[in-house]
Design a protein around this ligand. Structure first.
Ligand SMILES: C[S@@+](CC[C@H](N)C(=O)[O-])C[C@H]1O[C@@H](n2cnc3c(N)ncnc32)[C@H](O)[C@@H]1O
Length: 195
């Protein structure tokens, strides 16, 4: 199995591309996408939300690995443009892109929510954490988080509720572009509400 995921606009402003065979090969910081591409059963047949989608790489990886329905969400409208361009580059029909702030809204019945590098701000992390708990308790949603070891993430309460799925050392070229961040991890949220 061999997937090509081309990101025209990585993180909205920079240009990035990556080629991901089923065996792991790291060319970018998008470790969550790498994880999905190498574990297609995680998103296959599922209803998936990529929240804070940026260039749409996670949403595209979910679609490429057989998700039944994928929505890309980002409050930055440029992210929606980038996601649609990247869909085209990857020979996909444009994915639905929502620019509303979904955090705090009544959650839809997502099977899987993907979050890539969304814990860079304490207030955002708090609001996100609370909303994710609602999604999980209401619909049993599975949550995957990709994070490059940000201080705000490492010190947040959510960190204690996460189970490590995969860890990637970033290649030197990527380290240079990522402000000293040297590795990235994919986490699964294990939140268990009190019964
Ligand atoms: C660090 S970027 C990560 C982008 C992408 N997930 C990735 O891994 O490359 C964070 C993204 O979150 C978006 N964002 C911030 N607050 C948001 C919110 N409340 N709802 C949706 N997206 C949000 C920003 O616009 C930005 O595109």
């Amino acid at each position: 199995m061999y997937f090509q995921l081309s990101a025209l606009i990585g993180g909205i402003t920079s240009v990035a591309s990556q080629t991901c065979p089923a065996s792991l090969r790291m060319r970018d910081r998008h470790v969550e996408e790498m994880y999905l591409l190498n574990n297609p059963e995680v998103s296959g047949g599922r209803k998936v939300l990529d929240l804070g989608c940026g260039c749409g790489a996670s949403a595209i990886a979910a679609k490429l690995t057989g998700a039944s329905h994928v929505v890309a969400n980002d409050i930055d409208p440029i992210a929606a443009v980038a996601t649609k361009m990247n869909c085209k580059l990857n020979n996909l029909d444009p994915l639905p892109c929502v620019t509303d702030n979904m955090i705090g809204s009544k959650p839809d019945d997502w099977d899987l929510i993907l979050l890539g590098d969304m814990f860079y701000d304490e207030d955002l992390a708090d609001r996100l954490h609370k909303w994710l708990q609602t999604c999980i308790t209401t619909h049993g949603t599975q949550v995957l988080i990709g994070d490059p070891g940000r201080a705000q993430f490492e010190s947040h309460d959510i960190r204690k509720l996460l189970h490590k799925l995969a860890h990637f050392e970033l290649p030197d070229s990527v380290k240079e572009e990522n402000y000293g961040l040297t590795n990235s991890t994919v986490w699964c949220y294990n939140y268990k509400p009190d019964l």
